[in-house]
Design a protein around this ligand. Sequence first.
Ligand code: 8YV
Length: 314
Amino acid sequence: MIELLQVTQLPPFLVERLEKEFTLHDFVAPSDPEALLDAVGPRIRGILAGGMKGPNANLINRLEKLEIIASFSVGFDATDVAAAQARGVIVTHTPEVLTGDVADLAMTFILMAPRRIGEAERFLRSGKWLGGRMDLGTTVRGKRLGILGLGRIGKAVARRAEVFGLHIAYHDIKPMGDLTYRSYPSPGDLARASDILLVACEGGEATRGLVDGGVLDALGPEGFLINAARGTIIDQPALVAALAEGRIAGAALDVFDGEPNVPAELLAMENVVLTPHIASSTAETRRAMADLVYDNLRAHFDGKPVLTPVPPQI
Ligand code: 8YV
């Protein structure tokens, strides 16, 4: 059987399906990685990766028979795609199938943060309601939503947000052609023209720290920051400082730089909604992602073109 190296946790239904046709080697937390690689490395033809964990250049280059890296994620920043493609190793990901659920979570966040829904639930559960009413929230309707990165997910959120009466603008490095949304030339310009700033661009080195203290100040003390993309895109210490000093009004975050660790300061803030990277975590979407990972591997090893390759990065 063809041998694959699994470097990240995957849903059991995907592992079980793959194990019927492939030999999987568990490299998620190996006690002796060197020994395992010495033993099986020369036979490994595929790697199973994910959004938060993928192979670096060292691992890729060590596996001489490696042909394909199949990532259980749309984001491929955890895998060194350039190193893989430089060697002719195909990288696949799972676009489209998770767009709806990720956009739904982002839209939920856009409503939750200004309306103080997380805080309201804690207020009720802790018995504070018995002592009086909670402070007022902020209306979302009529506000300006700035979308940083108008890709598949950004556009899907824009469609939802229009229904809620938000005015949409965006910044993207790619020209967006005939869209009616207004484009701003930089993240700071977009933030200055936004009441709510949604981070929806790719992760990786190119966008690391793109939302810095200057962008947060441009968003301003009435502004909300939403992130269901990658934690690395935001300068996290700058975000903590901006929230602590009231330089932005609040945030809703599904992703963190260094997750699953989340800064203690954020955990203690009432005006911050926090979820544990669940944007694509529905049974339906995870099944669809798993099917796509399987279909890509099957196609490749049957000598057919893969379905969803990561475009060339070099
Ligand atoms: C997953 C993700 O949570 O698709 C992505 O880029 O980050 C998520 O869908 C992750 O890949 C699960 O391991």
